[in-house]
Design a protein around this ligand. Structure first.
Ligand code: IVH
Length: 675
C-alpha cells in the first residue's frame, strides 16, 4: 500500500514538474504541489527501504561537496562556425546548396548559456557532462539533477537504449536578477551576465545551492550510434515527447529568404524572451545530407551560428556623477532616463574616463546609445548627433574630488584621474574598510557597507586598525544595531585575528595586489616584514609579480600612514607570517633548486611544494647558488648552457623523486599506517 502511494506521488509530482517547468502550463497550485511533496517526503522518511535517487524529493540537491570527475565525451562536443554578417551567412548557404542541391534547414535560437551533454541509458539520466575542451568535460550530474525541467526518466517509448542529448543550461533573467541582488546584499561579487552565472552555478560543489539558483535547460541536438530518425526536426519532436524541454521557437526553413525572415524576426523578438540569446543557429535538417557535407577539424560544416549584434538602446543622458573608488580612481557615471535593455532596466552607465568622454564628445542632454557587453555595468557607445540640442556645450570634467574637494591628479600612463587624499576622503576610507572585511580577506561577518558607514559617521572607525579597538558597548546603542549584533560584530572581528597571512595581505588593499598575487607574495616572502623590506628587484622575484605591482607595493610601504596602521594591526595580533610548514623530512635541507620545463607526473607548483616540504629552497633563476636544476621537457637551451657553465647539477623528475625517498608524503603516510 505504502509503496503504491509513494510511486503514485512520484508520478504525479514529476507530471506536475513537467507541466510547470517544461510546458510552462501548471495545472495545480503551488500549495497543492507542496502538499503532495510533503506527503512524499514523510513517506520516504518513514520508509527508507523505498528510497529512489530519481524521486522528485531528491531534486533539492545536497550539501555534500562533490568533486567533479573528468569524463571523456563519447561524441566530441564540437563548436560552431559563426558570423555576424548576413553576406557571409548567404555564402555559407550557397556553398551547401552547390554541394548538395536545394536544402531544408532548421533555424533555432542560439541560447546564451553553457553547453551540457546528457547521457540516457535505458531511459534514465546516466550522466551530465560540461563541454570542457570538447573532448573531456566535468561530470556535473548531481547539479543537473536539481534542474526540474531535466527528465530523470524518459516518458513514452521508442528511445534508443543509449544516446546523448546536448543543450544549454540557461539562467533566466529573473533568476539572474534575484541572485545578483542577494549577492550584492551579502557583499559578494556580482555575476557579470546570465551566461557566467549559469556556468558558475554549474561548477558549484553543493548541489543544494544549484537547486536554489533557478537554472533551466533547453535541449537542441541528439547524438547516438543508431538514431531512429532521418531528420533533425523529427529528432527534436521525439525528444519533446520523451519529456525534454525543446524550444518551441525552432522552424524548418526551405529557402534562404525564410532563413533571413527567421533571423530578422528574432533579432527583434528576442527582447521579449525571459532568457538570453545571442544569435540563430542554422542547421541542415537531413541527416544523410549532413553526413555528406561532413566536418572541419573543429566544427560541423552543416551548421553555422549567426550572431546578433549586442543590443543597444537609445535614451537621454540626464547627468554625470563622478564616483570615487577605494583607490581614489575617479569614474564618470552617466545617469540616464530609464530604458529596457537585454532583459533589464538600465538607469546608469559607465563613461570610463575623461578621454573616453572626449572621444564620444558627449554633452548634457544628448540622446546616447547604451550597450551591454558582458560587463555588469552597461556602457555608452555613441551619441545620436541628429538629436543634439543646438545650443549644447561640451562637458567640463571634474577638476576637484566631488567628495572631499581635493584637486584631482593624473598619473603618467593612466587614463583615470585620482583623488590623492587617501586618508581624508570618505569613499576611499570606507572602501578600504569594506575591502578589508570582505569574505575573501578578513571575513568579518555582521559588518556590511551600511554599518561601516554608520561607524565612520559616529567617529568610531577611521581606518582598518580601529576595528580591533571596537567594544560591544560602543556599538550596541547605535541605530539598527543592538546588543546581539554588537556582540556578533565584536566576536567576528576577534576571530579575524586567526585569518591566514595571505588574506591579511590581500585585505590591506595594496593597489594591484589581488587575492592570487597576495598568495604568491605570502608564499615567497612568508612574512609581512619580508614583503615590507623587499626591494623592487626582490619583489619581482616572486611568481606573478611584475614591475607595476612591485612599484605599488614599494609605494604602499613608503607611506607613513600605512606604516602606522600596520603597527596597530600588529599590536592587535593579526597574523603577519605564513604558517610554518610541517616538514615531511629534512632530506633536502641546505639545498637549492630551480625547476625548469614541463613534467610528466607533477606540476611545477607541486614540485616546488615537495622541495619545501623536504626542507629545500626554491630559487627562480640559475646562478652559482643553485645546487640542482630539476629539468623537464623543453627546458630552455640558454638555461641549460648556463647551468653547464656554472657546474649546476641537472636532474630528472625521477631522480628528484628518488632524492626525497621515492615516495610522496601522503602515500608514505598511508603506507605507514597500513604496515
Ligand atoms: S548546436 C555540433 N544549437 O553555441 C553542433 N548550439 O557556438 C552543436 N548553442 O557549443 C551545437 N544554442 O553551446 C547548437 N540551438 C543551438 C544552440 C547552440 C546555443 C551553443 C552551444 C555551442 C555553441 C557554439
Amino acid at each position: 500500500m505504502v509503496r503504491e502511494r509513494i510511486e503514485e506521488l512520484r508520478r504525479q509530482l514529476e507530471y506536475h514538474n513537467h507541466k510547470y517547468y517544461v510546458e510552462n502550463d501548471p495545472s495545480i497550485s503551488d500549495f497543492e504541489f507542496d502538499a503532495l511533496m510533503r506527503e512524499l517526503q514523510q513517506l520516504e522518511e518513514a520508509h527508507p527501504e523505498f528510497a529512489d535517487p530519481d524521486s522528485p524529493t531528491m531534486r533539492v540537491g545536497s550539501d555534500i561537496s562533490s568533486e567533479f570527475v573528468t569524463v571523456r565525451h563519447r561524441y566530441p562536443m564540437l563548436s560552431l562556425g559563426n558570423t555576424y554578417s548576413l553576406d557571409e551567412l548567404h555564402e555559407f548557404l550557397e556553398r551547401i546548396e552547390r554541394e548538395a542541391g536545394p536544402t531544408e534547414y532548421v533555424c533555432e535560437l542560439k541560447f546564451d548559456g553553457t553547453a551540457i551533454s546528457l547521457t540516457y541509458e535505458n531511459g534514465r539520466l546516466l550522466r551530465a557532462v560540461t563541454r570542457g575542451d570538447g573532448v573531456e568535460g566535468d561530470d556535473v550530474t548531481a547539479n543537473i539533477r536539481t534542474i526540474r525541467s531535466v527528465p530523470l526518466r524518459l516518458r513514452g517509448d521508442g528511445w534508443p537504449a543509449y544516446f546523448e542529448i546536448r543543450g544549454e543550461v540557461l539562467m533566466p533573467y529573473a533568476s539572474f536578477d534575484k541572485i545578483n541582488a542577494e549577492r550584492e546584499a551579502a557583499g559578494e561579487s556580482l555575476f557579470a551576465n546570465p551566461r557566467n552565472a549559469a556556468a558558475g552555478t554549474l561548477k558549484q560543489q553543493q548541489s543544494a545551492v544549484v537547486a536554489r539558483r533557478g537554472l533551466d535547460c533547453t535541449l537542441y541536438q541528439l547524438s547516438g550510434d543508431d538514431l531512429p530518425f532521418s531528420t533533425h526536426w523529427e529528432s527534436l519532436l521525439k525528444a519533446r515527447e520523451w519529456g525534454f524541454k525543446v524550444s518551441e521557437h525552432g522552424r524548418v526553413c526551405r529557402t534562404v529568404a525564410e532563413v533571413d525572415a527567421f533571423i530578422a524576426r528574432w533579432d527583434e523578438a528576442r527582447r521579449d524572451l525571459p532568457f538570453p540569446t545571442d544569435g540563430v543557429v542554422i542547421k541542415v535538417n537531413d541527416f544523410a545530407e549532413r553526413r555528406r557535407i561532413g566536418f572541419t577539424a573543429k566544427a560541423p560544416r552543416w551548421a553555422v551560428a549567426y550572431k546578433f549584434k549586442a543590443e543597444q538602446a537609445l535614451t537621454r543622458l540626464v547627468s554625470v556623477d563622478f564616483q570615487v573608488g577605494r583607490t581614489g580612481a575617479v569614474t564618470p557615471v552617466a545617469n540616464l532616463e530609464p530604458v529596457r535593455l537585454a532583459g533589464t532596466t538600465v538607469r546608469r552607465a559607465t563613461l570610463h574616463n575623461a578621454e573616453q568622454m572626449a572621444l564620444l564628445d558627449i554633452r548634457p542632454d544628448d540622446m546616447v546609445y547604451v550597450e551591454k557587453s558582458g560587463e555588469i555595468i552597461p556602457k555608452i557607445t555613441g551619441v545620436e548627433l541628429s538629436q543634439r540640442p543646438a545650443d549644447s556645450r561640451p562637458f567640463v570634467y571634474a577638476t576637484v574630488c566631488p567628495e572631499c574637494g581635493t584637486p584631482l591628479v593624473r598619473y603618467e600612463g593612466e587614463a583615470k584621474h585620482y583623488c590623492p587624499n587617501q586618508s581624508g576622503c570618505r569613499p576611499q576610507i570606507i572602501g578600504r574598510i569594506i575591502h578589508f572585511i570582505r569574505r575573501k580577506a578578513m571575513d568579518i561577518d555582521g559588518l556590511g557597507e551600511e554599518t561601516v558607514e554608520l561607524l565612520y559617521e559616529n567617529g568610531l572607525l577611521h581606518d582598518i586598525s580601529d576595528l580591533y579597538d571596537l567594544k560591544a558597548e560602543q556599538l550596541a546603542p547605535l541605530p539598527r544595531l543592538g546588543e546581539k549584533s554588537a556582540d556578533n560584530i565584536v566576536r567576528s572581528i576577534a576571530a579575524s585575528r586567526e585569518v591566514p597571512f595571505h588574506r591579511v595581505l590581500f585585505g590591506l588593499g595594496i593597489r594591484f595586489v589581488g587575492e592570487t598575487t597576495a598568495k604568491y607574495l605570502a608564499d615567497h616572502f612568508r612574512s609581512l616584514n619580508a614583503v615590507m623590506h623587499a626591494t623592487r628587484e626582490e619583489l619581482v622575484e616572486a611568481d606573478e609579480v611584475g614591475g607595476k605591482i612591485a612599484d605599488a607595493i614599494v609605494d604602499y610601504f613608503a607611506d607613513p600612514e600605512n606604516l602606522r596602521i600596520i603597527g596597530r594591526l600588529r599590536d592587535a595580533g593579526l597574523r603577519f607570517e605564513s604558517e610554518e610548514r610541517t616538514l615531511a623530512s629534512e632530506s633536502l635541507a641546505g639545498r637549492s633548486f630551480v625547476i625548469s620545463g614541463k613534467f610528466a607526473t607533477h606540476s611545477r607548483d607541486e614540485l616546488k611544494e615537495l622541495i619545501e616540504m623536504h626542507g629545500g629552497r626554491n630559487l627562480a633563476a640559475v646562478s652559482a647558488n643553485v645546487d640542482f636544476i630539476v629539468a623537464g621537457e623543453n627546458m630552455g637551451p640558454a638555461k641549460l648552457k648556463k647551468a653547464e657553465k656554472l657546474g649546476v647539477k641537472i636532474i630528472s623528475e625521477e631522480e628528484f623523486v628518488a632524492m626525497i625517498g621515492g615516495e610522496e608524503p601522503s602515500q608514505a603516510a598511508t603506507q605507514g599506517t597500513l604496515f
